[in-house]
Design a protein around this ligand. Sequence first.
Ligand SMILES: [Fe+2]
Ligand SMILES: [Fe+2]
Length: 199
Amino acid sequence: MTIPSTPWPPDRAAHAIARICKVNHAGEYGAIRIYGAQIFVSRLLWPRLTTELGELRAHEIQHCRIFKEAMPSRGARPCRIMPLWSVGGWVLGFVTALLGPRAIWACTEAVEATVHRHLNDQIAFLANRDERLRQEILAIRDEEEGHLTLARERMGARDWLARRLYPIIEISVDGVIWLSTWGESAKMVRDLDDTERQA
Ligand SMILES: [Fe+2]
Ligand SMILES: [Fe+2]
């Protein structure tokens, strides 16, 4: 009898789930830092943006707390490159805020779209593996989708600055996620077949 091979035996799947918690916690912390820096600059330069940015940051704080609470029972430890998420997030928020409101919304759109893609991959992976975490990520994804929609509304048509910022930010966020999971985020995507994605 041939036993079908699976790229994710239970112990490896558990390890991947721990990494999902870890990278999501780190990513939400990075988002807090981005919005924190943007709020800091906006108080001085673009005060009309601070209320909406503050609301987005409040959501990220909540998301960060949810993933932090999900970590211990899954054997996840804080990401070793938290300082990179912290400093990188703050610098990204600070620079885009200095560039103006359109850069702020372009940053939000690029970050949230990248996050949204990763959350969708995780939701597919977690089906039949960790239903509780899957439900939590589903709820968070809905809020992230709200962030993305808001950014797109505020952004309108992408100008030259947004068109240049977008791929740089997207590649940077993907890169830090890859580093945080040692490439497991990419392997997860490769291994998900169409059936799992539709789950
Ligand atoms: Fe979030
Ligand atoms: Fe968000």
